[in-house]
Design a protein around this ligand. Structure first.
Ligand SMILES: Nc1ncnc2c1ncn2[C@@H]1O[C@H](COP(=O)(O)OP(=O)(O)OP(=O)(O)O)[C@@H](O)[C@H]1O
Length: 264
């Protein structure tokens, strides 16, 4: 089986930040401090996050829960540097990323984290294999990509095998089921060898059996490959299979929960 922690398309210097999670001295991979975020609608300020604090431990699996509109996706976007907070800090492996340069934030998003979404966000005109190769394509210039294309293709094939999708390698998303599309999206998220996976409702569009299959895959990646995972979910049964639950309410973390593992 492929080790997703080793990306043959990465140079040795790149691998130093991708293969071994470099936790802060206390074992924290991601630290969120005092995050504040509001949106403005018709000149009215809508506060969403009012000072959110929590740490994500390296190698952990955390579920992020809260009622609809509580700010879970907003928080995840800030953790992914897709948006900037009004106040507060986000640090990855001990360094601030919320105020990093655009280039550093691109590197963080392309190489250090992977993301998966409720609706998969696969490119409809590409096959599963091509979709999985997209992160390598977009993180390199054309000639650089052509140099590593063969290795990248092999890695994409191995990742598809790891997520149980070899039989759909050359299928387009329209020819795949929801569960298969999410497996392809997971393989794509692992392509550039991230140490942290951010998952926004990864089972939200799937029936319960298919959703549990996806959850099992995420658990396996966490258990066997030490991939740190933060997962938004509405489903209590899914949430309780993480190591820990972080609950958002009225823009604050109200319950970080004790570490627990119901199903191992
Ligand atoms: N770009 C935006 N502009 C204005 N308001 C926004 C924007 N994005 C989110 N909001 C508002 O911020 C609040 C939090 O939204 P967010 O999507 O983070 O919540 P959520 O907990 O993820 O919800 P759900 O579980 O329904 O997906 C909501 O009231 C939403 O309407």
């Amino acid at each position: 089986m492929i080790n997703p922690a080793v990306d043959p398309t990465q140079s040795a210097s790149n691998q130093s930040s991708g293969t071994q999670p470099i936790a802060a001295a206390d074992g924290t991979i991601l630290a969120v401090r005092g995050l504040v975020k509001s949106y403005h609608k018709n000149r009215i300020e809508v506060p969403v996050l009012r000072g959110v604090d929590f740490d994500i431990e390296v190698g952990s699996m955390t579920s992020l829960v809260g009622r609809s509109g509580s700010g879970k996706s907003t928080l995840m976007h800030l953790m992914a540097t897709l948006d900037q907070p009004d106040a507060g800090e986000v640090s990855f492996e001990g360094s601030r990323i919320d105020n990093a340069s655009a280039r550093q934030r691109d590197f963080y998003r392309n190489h250090q984290i992977g993301m998966i979404f409720q609706f998969y966000h696969l490119l409809p005109e590409l096959t599963a294999l091509e979709n999985v190769m997209v992160p390598t394509m977009i993180s390199r210039r054309l000639f650089s990509f052509l140099r590593v294309k063969k290795t990248a293709r092999q890695r994409a094939e191995q990742l598809l095998e790891m997520v149980g999708l070899t039989h759909r390698t050359h299928h387009r998303p329209s020819e795949m089921s929801g569960g298969e599309m999410q497996r392809a999206a997971i393989a794509r998220a692992l392509m550039n060898n991230p140490t942290l996976l951010l998952a926004d409702e990864p089972t939200g569009n799937l029936d319960s059996e298919t959703g549990h299959g996806i959850l099992e895959l995420l658990r396996k990646l966490n258990d066997e490959n030490n991939l740190t995972i933060v997962m938004i979910t509405h489903d209590d049964a899914i949430a309780r299979q993480a190591d820990r639950m972080v609950r958002l309410e009225n823009g604050l973390v109200v319950d970080q929960g004790e570490a627990f593992r119901v199903i191992r």
